[in-house]
Design a protein around this ligand. Sequence first.
Ligand code: CLR
Length: 264
Amino acid sequence: HDLVAIHPYSPLEDPYSLYPHSLRNIDELCASIVRSHRETTQYRAEELQALRWKVLSREEIQAYQSKSVDDMWQHCAIRLTDAVQYVVEFAKHIPGFRMLSQNDQIALLKTGSMEVVLVRMCRYFNTENNTVFFDGKFAGVEVFKSLACGDLITAVFDFAHNMCALKLTEQQIALFSALVLINTERPCLEDRTRVQRVQRSVEFGLSHILHRDNQESLLHKLYQRMAVLRSLCSLHMEKLRWFSQRYPLTAHSLFPPLYKELFA
Ligand code: CLR
């Protein structure tokens, strides 16, 4: 288990989860989630802003388009797995997460990590030309043509575009990501009440900062986005099953172990 290896179960390191109802300070909870978000997003907002002029050339786009289906899938699976690994790091520092059993941590990450990657995608998205930062440059939908899953790519880009339109602050993104991850509706949870306690504190944190920012109307929109995320992730799983049937060898031997563990 790759995930178990990166998740030593150490409840004592986490003061909040021992006393979930005596959160002395909701600001402290928010600050700690924002800090772990900041420390686990590969690029800072200013860095990404400065890189916006870097777009793929005609030739580079053609190079991606002429890759074989399985080459391009493998390439994207590796990029996605990198991103997922940062989300796992982020999860570990959400107050209360480490208090959950290893099985529940894995159950939450199995369904939630891809959703958080998609939430994070809006930081890497340029709405002016509908491109995403991929492999060091900004890439449009056409770059992913050889994956042969145009409907998924279009849906993912649409989602990023709509998320950008909400103009969330880094703090709002951090709290929303935590809420996406800590979700009692996920299948196979052993101790739902414990997950619920953590979920409540994160919900409380999110409404607290939205209230502070005078943007309470966002809450409803964010809950709507969560439903879209769920459908995107089941589409991703569907595409992965299709791919694994067609290219069992690539899926079996060339995909990163963490990608297989989470999604296969
Ligand atoms: C999301 C935010 C992360 C950094 C990051 C890394 C990889 C990117 C991902 C972001 C967005 C979605 C992405 C992905 C690589 C491939 C994937 C562009 C920017 C596209 C949508 C293709 C998905 C293909 C699957 C079907 C395998 O912090």
